[in-house]
Design a protein. Sequence first.
Length: 141
Amino acid sequence: MEKSAYTYGKHSITIELSQKLITVAEKKAKEIGVPMVTAIVDESGNLKAFSRMDGAALLSVKIAQDKAYTAVGFGMPTDEWYSFIKDDPPLLVGAPQISRLVLFGGGFPIKLGDEIIGGIGVSGGHYSQDMECAKAALEIL
């Protein structure tokens, strides 16, 4: 049996890039004056790197991780979920029941070219502020 016929390769985010993304997200959070939690997951949704700034809300710990998980799990930013489900009654009722699925902004897939190598989730402010910090981090790519 030939191995290549039954396997495929995936690329994953490195710890080095994960830490750089967190540093940039936190720099933006300091600029806007909102302490944030930033979570980076690998291509399979496993936590790779994490930081909770001093003063960041305790609930933001889980939310940031779930935003990153949602973004990598479906390959789309979390802020796109509501418009995806809002006109579909079964999804509108069912999707919010899915464990770890976040339907508001702050989570983005991390892509190099067309390949998803991880996800970033930021939480601590209004979701628009969370998105601002995550987008700032992704600009280094």
